[in-house]
Ligand binder design. Structure first.
Ligand SMILES: CC(=O)SCCNC(=O)CCNC(=O)[C@H](O)C(C)(C)COP(=O)(O)OP(=O)(O)OC[C@H]1O[C@@H](n2cnc3c(N)ncnc32)[C@H](O)[C@@H]1OP(=O)(O)O
Ligand SMILES: O=C([O-])CC(=O)C(=O)O
Length: 371
């Protein structure tokens, strides 16, 4: 038995949800470029959960279900108020809140496909409210109730900022949600599938996935990209900052990918949005710095930008706090996690690989006072 480091190249599941072949990403056979330009996030949710696009009445029904289920238990709001709000990371708050949602769902352990689908709706509806409520509570503001007539992307921005978003903001945020929704067997999705393959419940699966997404090698990279842009500060500093990191063999966040080699097809959409939004908000330098960093990393390391790189300046331009970037990734990826969880339940087998043992050979137990 020989271990494959990081399970690279190991095919660990069959899936009908998304595929990455030759650097092309598709959701159920639809090219991500097509979906990014045309689809609403709600259509993508339906696509991932049903493996087909919804008809108009099905889409209307899903939107209504999401709107009707957006409210969160008061206990979560009370918990947030009791947290050490100056120090707690919103991903930790989100992880705990999703776990708590399970405590308050009397169907949590009901394992029929119908009950699991109802939980998927509830989770997708509530996760947006959780993230926005947390952001407001830590600023000493009351959470804003969602407006049922707004779509998912618009509602998120409305609940976050307490005012109606502009059409360009809705377009950018919807695109970001579409682009982040699913990505085959990435670390957090694999985590969710491993968890529920024990026949544990949906809330446990999503809580586990949030924990995996939080790390800076995965979803946490988008916040780190913004930290880097803030540290760089101006276009003049890019060269020395990046060169220093490259010379010291430090990783540049937002670059590289386990699966893509030539490039991440989602990055170009975020790059276009970043250019548009930074110009509109009067911060074009943020985009220009990003491009300069990009050109240096590609030029010297031949490492293309991943989805996290240009999303940072997009979210910053939407007035979003930097530590909410990864929770927003989770809001979108919840749709993919849920699709994979439902797919796992539908054809389940326990996921249990082996380890190559590299420790000492057989040893004889020695009583503690003789060691
Ligand atoms: C949504 C997502 O999760 S997308 C990924 C988000 N994560 C990041 O942006 C963090 C930065 N990137 C990385 O750490 C990596 O590229 C990962 C984690 C995404 C992929 O990791 P792996 O496939 O395991 O590649 P690994 O880390 O082994 O890197 C291979 C080589 O490229 C280098 N490399 C990879 N990414 C980077 C980077 N961002 N900056 C500098 N060098 C890098 C490594 O140092 C390594 O070099 P070496 O062979 O000389 O030691
Ligand atoms: O697929 C991966 O390894 C990382 C990921 O989630 C993504 O790129 O969206």
């Amino acid at each position: 038995m020989t271990a494959t480091r990081g399970l690279e190249g190991i095919v660990a599941a069959e899936s009908k949800i998304s595929s990455i072949i030759d650097d092309t990403l598709t959701y159920v056979g639809y090219n991500i470029d097509d979906l990014a330009d045309n689809a609403s996030f709600e259509e993508v949710i339906y696509l991932l959960w049903h493996t087909r696009l919804p008809k108009a009445d099905e889409l209307a029904e899903l939107k209504q279900q999401l709107a009707e289920n957006a409210e969160i238990p008061q206990a979560i709001i009370d918990q947030f108020k009791a947290y050490p709000l100056n120090t707690v990371h919103p991903m930790a708050a989100l992880r705990s809140a999703v776990s708590l949602l399970g405590v308050f769902d009397d169907e949590a352990d009901e394992m029929t496909p119908e009950a699991n689908y109802r939980k998927a709706i509830r989770l997708q509806a509530k996760i947006s409210t959780i993230v926005t409520a947390f952001s407001r509570i830590r600023k000493g503001l009351e959470p804003v109730a969602p407006k049922p007539e707004l779509g998912y992307a618009a509602n998120f921005l409305y609940m976050l900022h307490g005012k109606d978003p502009q059409p360009i903001e809705i377009e950018a945020f919807n695109k970001a949600l579409v682009l982040h929704a699913d990505h085959e067997l990435n670390a957090s999705t694999f985590t969710a599938r491993v968890c529920v393959a024990t026949l544990s419940d949906v809330y446990s699966g999503i809580t586990a996935a949030i924990g995996a997404l939080k790390g800076p090698l995965h979803g946490g990279a988008n916040e780190q990209v913004m930290k880097m842009l803030s540290e760089v500060g101006s276009i003049e500093n890019v060269e020395s900052y990046v060169q220093n990191k490259l010379d010291n063999k430090e990783k540049i966040m937002g670059f590289g990918h386990r699966v893509y080699r030539k490039g991440d097809p989602r990055a170009k959409h975020l790059r276009v949005m970043s250019e548009k939004l930074t110009a509109l908000t009067g911060k074009p330098e943020l985009y220009e710095m990003s491009v300069k960093i990009h050109d240096m990393v590609v030029g010297q390391k031949n490492l293309p930008a991943n989805v996290d790189f240009f999303s940072a300046s997009v979210y910053d331009s939407l007035g979003i706090e930097h530590d909410l970037f990864t929770p927003i990734f989770a809001v979108s990826r919840t749709s993919g996690w849920l699709a994979h969880i439902l797919e796992q339940y539908a054809n389940n087998r326990l996921i249990r690989p082996r380890a190559e043992y590299v420790g000492p050979g057989m040893q004889k137990y020695v009583p503690v006072d003789e060691r």
